[in-house]
Design a protein around this ligand. Structure first.
Ligand SMILES: NC(=O)C1=CN([C@@H]2O[C@H](COP(=O)(O)OP(=O)(O)OC[C@H]3O[C@@H](n4cnc5c(N)ncnc54)[C@H](O)[C@@H]3O)[C@@H](O)[C@H]2O)C=CC1
Ligand SMILES: O=C(O)C1=N[C@H](C(=O)O)C[C@H](O)C1
Length: 266
């Protein structure tokens, strides 16, 4: 029987961390080796399986990565980067980064760490979202020379607990569109009297309601017709299964920065 891949979950008591923990315990190819939370978390010392509702698993929540693992999966907060990235970089532990909301400086820090250890980083681990990213990129390429112009707006909906806005996924959709169409202005909502809409603009609109696990609509508005490309998550498992696939992928890669396109072969 092949060895089980040893997984550490960073942010283990969070909404995503709990699903990653539960699905790791349930996966016959994986072994939960560590469940990490910030040092002052009230969940410290609790059994990670009990915290996520999977039943006692014998791994207690702790704040330091002590044992060697085959991959770390991080769903935490941008502020938590320094508690996990240096350890993975120094010990060459493969890392899956799913957290969003990083600063440019933090992104550079991650890219530098990828010179020493393999890292998969993606604002969405969902297969459906990553496929729609391809479709959006294709649509933008085809529409870029439309004679009367194309107005691109990105609408996203997430749960009321989400702390960053717009979502990392919405920002990535905007980047993909701008790479094809060249928009330089990226604006967030509109109010007052901004005047007529310039073509050289992408508008982002972030809704925060209830327990929505994530929806994105990319609008290509033209004279006479509109294309809306929408992708909706139904449960957090759409992200969690993608993150487990990313962990299995990254565990056998050389140092470098990888995306979900590499994981999913898109
Ligand atoms: N790439 C993707 O597919 C997805 C990304 N996300 C992103 O993942 C992140 C987490 O989302 P949620 O689980 O909803 O948030 P959450 O707030 O429920 O969970 C975050 C967890 O990180 C913990 N944490 C804070 N500081 C820490 C530290 N220093 N070390 C270890 N753990 C620490 C918190 O205590 C909390 O339990 C967000 O940035 C979100 O945007 C969420 C869903 C999908
Ligand atoms: O916070 C969330 O929930 C999500 N965050 C990610 C993002 O910011 O894009 C991915 C997903 O949309 C859910």
């Amino acid at each position: 029987m092949p060895d089980l891949l040893k997984i550490a979950v960073n942010g283990a008591a969070g909404r995503m961390g709990q699903r990653i923990t539960a699905l790791t315990i349930a996966d016959p190819e994986l072994e939960l080796s560590a469940a990490l939370e910030y040092a002052a978390s009230p969940q410290q010392g609790h059994d990670a399986g009990e915290v996520c509702g999977a039943g006692k698993c014998g791994v207690t929540i702790s704040s330091e990565l002590v044992h060697r693992v085959d991959a770390v999966i991080d769903f935490s907060l941008p502020e938590a980067l320094d508690s996990i990235l240096p350890a993975c970089e120094e010990r060459q532990i493969p890392l899956v980064i799913a957290t969003t909301g990083y600063t440019d400086a933090q992104r550079e820090q991650i890219a530098a760490a990828a010179n020493s250890t393999p890292i998969v980083m993606a604002p969405s681990m969902s297969m459906a979202v990553n496929l729609v990213m391809k479709l959006v990129s294709d649509a933008a390429r085809v529409l870029k020379d439309n004679t009367d112009g194309v107005d691109v707006e990105i609408i996203e909906r997430h749960h009321r607990f989400k702390e960053d806005a717009p979502s990392g996924t919405a920002l990535h959709f905007g980047k993909l569109v701008a790479e094809q169409m060249g928009q330089e202005n990226h604006i967030h909502g509109r109010s007052g009297r901004p005047g007529q809409r310039p073509h050289n603009e992408i508008g982002y609109h972030a809704l925060r309601t209830g327990d929505n696990v994530g929806e994105h609509t990319i609008v290509f508005g033209m004279m006479g017709e509109t294309i809306d490309l929408t992708v909706r998550g139904h449960t957090r498992d759409s992200y969690a299964y993608g993150a487990l696939a990313a962990a299995k992928f990254v565990a056998s890669q050389k140092a470098g920065l990888y995306s979900m396109n590499d994981v999913l072969g898109l």
